[in-house]
Design a protein around this ligand. Structure first.
Ligand SMILES: [Zn+2]
Length: 79
């Protein structure tokens, strides 16, 4: 049985403000943080679907092969 991927809403409820788009080029691996709010996607969108609904281009090498990872900044506090 497959484990359901986390959705935007479930991540936000855990205090995750966004995600990292990481370049899949092994020689590049540029990583860029993006807030969920800036994408204006349905909160029910599973995280792996984001890269299908929005096309990301690596700012460093121009690759469109990217992966998305939750931005676990849960311990961060605003100063
Ligand atoms: Zn890249």
């Amino acid at each position: 049985m497959a484990i359901a991927p986390p959705t935007i809403a479930s991540l936000q409820s855990q205090g995750v403000p966004g995600f990292f788009v990481t370049c899949s080029n092994p020689l590049c691996q540029q990583s860029t943080p993006i807030d969920f709010e800036t994408l204006s996607l349905d909160p029910a969108t599973p995280l792996p679907e984001i890269e299908k609904k929005r096309s990301f281009v690596c700012p460093a090498c121009g690759s469109k092969q990217v992966s998305t990872l939750p931005d676990w900044r849960a311990d961060w506090v605003e100063g």
